[in-house]
Structure formats: structure tokens, C-alpha cells
Design a protein around this ligand. Structure first.
Ligand SMILES: O=C(O)CCC(=O)C(=O)O
Ligand SMILES: [Fe+2]
Length: 421
């Protein structure tokens, strides 16, 4: 670990600093071995939640604690990639926000925290992250239990300089019981973070602190949609469907990646999705509306079913699951050619096999039931796909990116609380 982890704390005018692992004292500075005992001395006895109260009981928890507002650190779990790893493993691509909670010190010969489940801090908390800083200690395993299974994270450094120079970490879901086994010798210094479910990894997609976050309801499109839904005379009194051609290309021809497109929405497309959600509309992602490629015959049925489920409160509306993904992998043959089923114009239906006409009419009918909001005049939207080639011993078509459309269901006037005169 090249840089070390710096902790700064102390009252105004009495600021202190330690960089871990402790290096030989720099003369005249508090940085060095003397600063660590000071950090430990400045911690207060750690309490824990019991029956809704903070309790101090050294027979259950023997540790020191410093609250996040009383120190700063340059250690960043995002920068080190820890949050990305947790997001992938524990959250299956949903976003996660880590909030520094406490610094704790469990010291030998008996520092420990008996078996407990962390008190959730807010309904979006999904887990905890413990980061063990590079200070030498023995014992102090972190046992995490779930479903009759146990994992013990042994971070003990056995006093070797090499082991004591690493940052080690573990993350677990909030419902996992865990325990800090007794520290035999040395000091086990940890940073704990609360992990919250978020729209995206990091802070930008969160409006919770009232700053910086994207507020989808404030997006101009969201306001226009709400005005449209409440307009007089009533537009679409019997309800209907609004279609948006998305502006970016997505790998929905890929056999498995197509399932992730809702989580991959980019830039303006994400804003369209957020705005549609904020306006209270249910939506579905489907193939491009281009005349030749509108593949999903059942797209509107899927949308209607999702909307009914949402109205019955079976879908919470949280996260990307609220959008139906009707994308299916498009067929790409061995030569990499993409087989679209062309939908000819109605006039030329007689040239098509009779058996196909019913299906083709259904596709045309679906396109016509959707009111398209944006007219995709630009070439990129007309160009149906763009192939990314990867070269191995033979040119192999890896991923093909194609246009995608988002279709939102407009409820009827009564469902919108409007009277039709
Ligand atoms: O330090 C650890 O490994 C876990 C600490 C813990 O369980 C807590 O602070 O709630
Ligand atoms: Fe805990």
C-alpha cells in the first residue's frame, strides 16, 4: 500500500493526524507511532443498540469508537474499487451508496463485540462494510453468519510488518448476524460504513441530502408530461401509449446482455426514463419502432399487465424493475448477419405469403397504437445497428448495438382524476 491511510481528528486548534501503517516518527510532527495511541485514547467507549436504546456494556462490547463527524480520512471505498465489487456481488448491478459511520478500535487482550445484527439506519440500508486499517493485532476475527453458515474473516496480522500494511474489508447484508471475536494483542482499527440502496453507484444519483442529486420530477420532460396528462380538453381520454425513440444504441442483440439494458440506459435516455417514472407512468423497453424492426408483438400486453400490477401495488416502483424489459435477443447467424423480419407497407401485403400477413398486420397495428413523441430524423436512429467486431483467429461478431424504444402507458381520463366533458 503505497500511500497509507490518513486519519485527522481533534478540536479546532488541536488537530491531530496519523498515517497508517505507522511510519517512524517525523521529528516535530505528530505523524508517527505516537499519534496512534492518541487516536485510541481519544475514542470514547463504544455503545450498541439494545431495546431501542444506546447501551454501554463492556461485557458485550469492549471497544473504542469515534463518530464520522469527529474525524476525516482520505480512505475512499469508491476509489479503491470496494464499492464496485460489493455492488456486483451483493447487489447484482443495483446501485449502492456507502456512508462512513464510525471508526472503532478493538484492543487486546479482550476487545470484542458479541453476536449481533446491526440496527438498520433507514429503510434503504441493505448492509454494512467494515474496513480494517493497517495496524498490527492478533485474534479479532469477524464471524458473519447466515442460514446456518458461518464465515470468519481473519484479518489478524500476527504482528508481521507485511500483513500489517494491508487494508482488508468485508461487507454483509443487514440481516446477517456477526461477531468480533476477542482481540488477543494489538489494536484492530476499523472504519464502518452503512450501505444504502441507491439508483446508481455514488452520490450523484441521490437527492437525499438536498444537494447535487438529480431530481427526476424537476426534469422539463417530466413537467411537460404531467401538464399533458392534466391538459384540457383532455388528451387521450381513453388512455393510450406514448413512444420515445431512445437516442443511444444498446446491445439488445446480445444473447444475455439484452437483459441488462434497463440498467444500462445512458444520458438523455436515462433522463427520459426518469421523467416518465416521475410522471407516474409505467413503461416498457422494446425493439426499435423503425418500420422494419418493430419485433415485439406482445409489447403492449406486457405493458398493460405491468401497469395493472403496479396499480394493485404488487410492484413497489423502486428501481429498474418497475420497467418491463421486452427486449429479446435478435437473431444473428454464424456469418454475423442480422435476420430481421421485414414488415412491408400495407399496400404490398399481397406480395407476402398469406400465412405471414396476420402477423404482419399485428405488428403494423401495434406501431399505430403508439403515439410517437420524438421524430427520429437523424441518421443514427435510422441506421439500425452498428457492429463491434473483435478479432480472434476469425473475425467474430461480439456485440451488436441496436436502437431501442421506450413506450409508456397513459392511463385513461378517470384514472388520471379527470372528467371528460
Ligand atoms: O469491526 C467489525 O468487524 C464489525 C463491527 C460491528 O459489527 C459493528 O460496528 O456493528
Ligand atoms: Fe455490527
Amino acid at each position: 500500500m503505497a500511500k497509507g491511510v490518513t486519519i485527522r481528528w481533534g478540536q479546532h486548534g488541536e488537530g491531530r493526524v496519523v498515517t497508517l501503517p505507522c511510519r517512524p516518527s517525523v521529528s516535530g510532527s505528530s505523524e508517527g507511532t505516537a499519534a496512534l495511541p492518541q487516536l485510541i485514547a481519544d475514542c470514547t467507549p463504544a455503545t450498541f443498540g439494545h431495546d431501542g436504546k444506546d447501551v454501554y456494556d463492556p461485557s458485550y462490547r469492549l471497544a473504542g469508537a469515534m463518530s464520522a463527524q469527529d474525524f476525516t480520512t482520505d480512505f475512499c471505498p469508491y476509489e479503491t474499487g470496494i464499492i464496485d465489487m460489493i455492488t456486483q456481488i451483493l447487489m447484482r448491478w443495483r446501485g449502492l451508496r456507502a456512508e462512513l459511520y464510525k471508526l472503532n478500535v478493538y484492543s487486546g487482550p479482550s476487545g470484542m463485540f458479541k453476536s449481533h445484527v446491526d440496527t438498520p439506519r433507514g429503510e434503504k440500508q441493505v448492509g454494512s462494510l467494515v474496513v480494517c486499517l493497517p495496524v498490527a493485532f492478533q485474534g479479532g476475527g469477524l464471524a458473519v453468519r447466515h442460514g446456518g453458515q458461518q464465515i470468519v474473516h481473519e484479518w489478524s496480522t500476527f504482528m508481521t510488518d507485511e500483513a500489517a500494511s494491508c487494508v482488508q474489508w468485508a461487507a454483509f447484508y443487514s440481516d446477517c448476524e456477526h461477531e468480533v471475536l476477542p482481540v488477543i494483542e494489538g489494536h484492530r482499527v476499523t472504519l464502518t460504513y452503512n450501505l444504502y440502496l441507491a439508483h446508481g453507484t455514488g452520490l450523484l444519483a441521490q437527492g437525499e441530502w438536498g444537494i447535487g442529486g438529480l431530481q427526476p420530477a424537476q426534469l422539463p420532460l417530466s413537467q411537460h408530461l404531467r401538464d399533458l396528462l392534466l391538459a384540457k380538453p383532455v388528451l387521450m381520454p381513453n388512455g393510450g401509449y406514448l413512444g420515445f425513440d431512445l437516442t443511444h444504441l444498446y446491445p439488445h442483440t446480445h444473447p444475455s446482455l439484452h437483459a441488462f439494458v434497463p440498467q444500462m440506459l445512458k444520458g438523455a435516455d436515462l433522463a427520459v426514463y426518469e421523467a416518465v417514472q416521475a410522471a407516474g407512468l409505467t413503461c416498457v423497453l422494446g425493439g426499435c419502432r423503425n418500420d422494419h424492426h418493430f419485433e415485439q408483438i406482445d409489447i403492449l400486453d406486457k405493458l398493460d399487465a405491468q401497469d395493472r400490477r403496479r396499480r394493485r401495488n404488487e410492484v413497489t416502483g423502486w428501481g429498474r424493475e418497475a420497467m418491463v424489459n421486452a427486449l429479446t435477443p435478435l437473431r444473428v447467424d454464424d456469418s454475423g448477419d442480422y435476420h430481421e423480419q421485414e414488415v412491408p407497407l400495407e399496400e404490398s401485403f399481397d406480395e407476402v405469403e398469406v400465412s405471414k400477413v396476420k402477423d404482419l398486420r399485428a405488428r403494423v397495428a401495434i406501431r399505430e397504437r403508439i403515439t410517437w413523441v420524438n421524430v427520429s430524423g437523424h441518421d443514427a436512429a435510422k441506421e439500425l445497428s452498428f457492429a463491434g467486431l473483435a478479432y480472434g483467429n476469425q473475425a467474430e461478431l461480439k456485440v451488436r448495438y441496436s436502437n431501442v424504444a421506450l413506450v409508456a402507458k397513459v392511463p385513461n381520463a378517470a384514472e388520471r382524476g379527470l372528467k371528460v366533458v
